[in-house]
Design a protein around this ligand. Structure first.
Ligand SMILES: C[S@@+](CC[C@H](N)C(=O)[O-])C[C@H]1O[C@@H](n2cnc3c(N)ncnc32)[C@H](O)[C@@H]1O
Length: 337
């Protein structure tokens, strides 16, 4: 095969140039002698490149490069018809050792091949397919096991926090990591915080790891509270977080407490919890309110309606993630005086 013989000191610049011209053969390894470097080529370089007299095209042997595929598509080459590749949603969630894929109906026949590719590509332990939207009070979804071990309990790392959970029995989204960071960064030392819909506790854990605070963390799903308790042990945060199982409305009835900050991450129905949340928010306290919405006005109006005569200062508003075309999971941070 052909290669370009290049003086050593010019090799790197030439390699980049050949890459740019798309004629470097990446299936073979570059080789070196004492003074020269030999770069494998897909074709002869044009005259523009060969103007440099120190370069020479030579006939030589190269060792094959063991290159790992760079994408799921590369893994699936030859296994899925090219026209169907378009239907494959290339985004997937990785939660600890678990991969969760979205595979459309049209690719039902190819689901095993896709899952095996995901297993190899991500080097994780288990691959599941989303079997439904998140639904019901506990916001969990059906999952279909497709490849690797059928082990849905795993430990995820988020900015140094270890979060143990069972993807089949609790809600957890790694896509909210930045949002948790944004909220955590607003917390002040000494605050008393309520995480109304804590799940396995990612907001509560992040806040408690980074601040000297007391966090009351409530959830109606017993499995979520089970894992929250494990997570408090794992992250040694038992002193800072109080896990409470049950309907937050009922829990609050029995708690004679007012909070500096309340997190309301139940975007499908947080609106109905706003009155009770604001009742338990100190004057000057901050609410982090989440809602599925097509705009920012609606969630802001919901907060203002529930605040009644209290003064509302909107500190920030942002789109957390897209949910469906034209709709967002939005966040509003508001100070209520
Ligand atoms: C969207 S998840 C959010 C979990 C967590 N904040 C996170 O970011 O991973 C909403 C959580 O609210 C809980 N939940 C729903 N209704 C509730 C209620 N009335 N009282 C307490 N928790 C509730 C669900 O069990 C679920 O874990």
């Amino acid at each position: 095969m052909i290669g370009l013989k290049v003086p050593k000191k010019e090799a790197n610049q030439l390699r980049l140039l050949l890459l740019e011209h798309k004629i470097l053969d990446r299936n073979f390894k570059i080789k070196r002698s004492l003074d020269y470097v030999f770069i494998p080529l897909l074709e002869r370089p044009g005259m523009d490149l060969m103007k440099n007299e120190s370069l020479q095209v030579v006939d030589t042997e190269f060792e094959e490069a063991k290159r790992s595929p760079r994408s799921m598509e590369e893994y699936l080459e030859g296994q899925i018809p090219a026209e169907k590749m378009e239907d494959l949603k290339k985004s997937f969630d990785i939660i600890g050792e678990v991969v969760i894929l979205e595979i459309p109906e049209e690719l039902e026949g190819e689901k095993k091949a896709i899952a095996e590719a995901a297993l190899k590509f991500t080097k994780r332990r288990s691959v599941y397919r989303k079997g439904s939207e998140v639904k019901g009070t506990t916001r969990t979804r059906e999952l279909e096991h497709l490849a690797g071990e059928d082990l849905s309990e795993t430990t995820h790392q988020e900015f140094g926090t270890r979060i143990m959970l069972d993807v089949k029995n609790v809600y957890f989204s790694p896509r909210l990591a930045t949002e948790r960071r944004i909220v955590t960064d607003q917390v002040k030392e000494g605050e008393v915080v309520l995480d109304m819909f804590t799940g396995v506790g990612p907001f509560a854990l992040s806040i408690a790891r980074n601040h000297q605070v007391k966090v009351y963390a409530t959830d109606i799903n017993p499995m979520a509270i089970f894992y929250l308790k494990r997570n408090l042990e794992i992250n040694k945060l038992q002193e800072r977080v109080i896990p409470l199982e049950g309907d937050v409305k009922e829990i609050l009835e029995g708690l004679d407490l007012r909070f500096d900050r309340i997190i309301m991450n139940l975007p499908g129905s947080a609106r109905e919890f706003l009155p009770v949340a604001l009742e338990h928010l100190k004057s000057g306290g901050v609410v982090h309110y989440y809602q599925f919405s097509r705009d920012m006005d609606d969630p802001i109006q919901s907060i203002k309606n529930s605040a009644k005569d209290r003064q509302v200062e909107i500190l920030d508003k942002r789109k957390v993630k897209s949910t469906r075309p034209g709709e967002w999971h939005v966040a509003v941070d508001a100070r209520i005086c």
